[in-house]
Design a protein around this ligand. Structure first.
Ligand code: HEC
Length: 101
């Protein structure tokens, strides 16, 4: 029984730290242009989450210039951000956590 409790604690701390990583990336790189549920310079995360997958979001972050037409934009003004794999995965998950909000 103790083992299970420990396992649950470890798993939830991993989940929690991933979540807070996504939040950190958001606050350092995206916040000026995106907000979670309100329209800012760019679309809100809740709207992005309602129509994109994890892969699509990551692809957009890697190279907005290669993706904006496929996403239905006439032009792109989003900065190309140099995130590492972990940061990019964390922020994409963070965005998707706003689905339906
Ligand atoms: C300089 C402002 C700016 C910054 C910084 C920025 N974005 Fe954007 N983003 C935009 C704008 C404006 C759009 C709308 C299309 C375009 O111009 O590329 C956009 C579009 C997007 C899209 C596609 C939206 C769709 O239709 O699904 C995603 C995904 C995205 N941003 C994620 C991010 C993430 C994640 C970060 C931070 C790591 C970030 N952006 C930082 C301005 C910004």
């Amino acid at each position: 029984m103790k083992k299970y409790i420990l396992l649950i604690l470890i798993i939830s701390s991993l989940l929690y730290s991933q979540d807070s990583d996504g939040k950190k990336v958001f606050e350092s790189y995206c916040w000026g242009c995106h907000h979670q549920t309100a329209v800012a310079f760019g679309p809100p995360f809740s709207e992005i989450a309602s129509k994109r997958t994890q892969d699509e979001i990551e692809a957009y972050i890697i190279e907005p210039k290669a993706m904006y037409k496929a996403f239905g934009y006439k032009r792109t003004v989003m900065t190309e951000l140099k995130l590492n794999d972990k940061e990019r995965q964390a922020i994409a998950k963070y965005i998707l956590s706003y689905k339906g909000k």
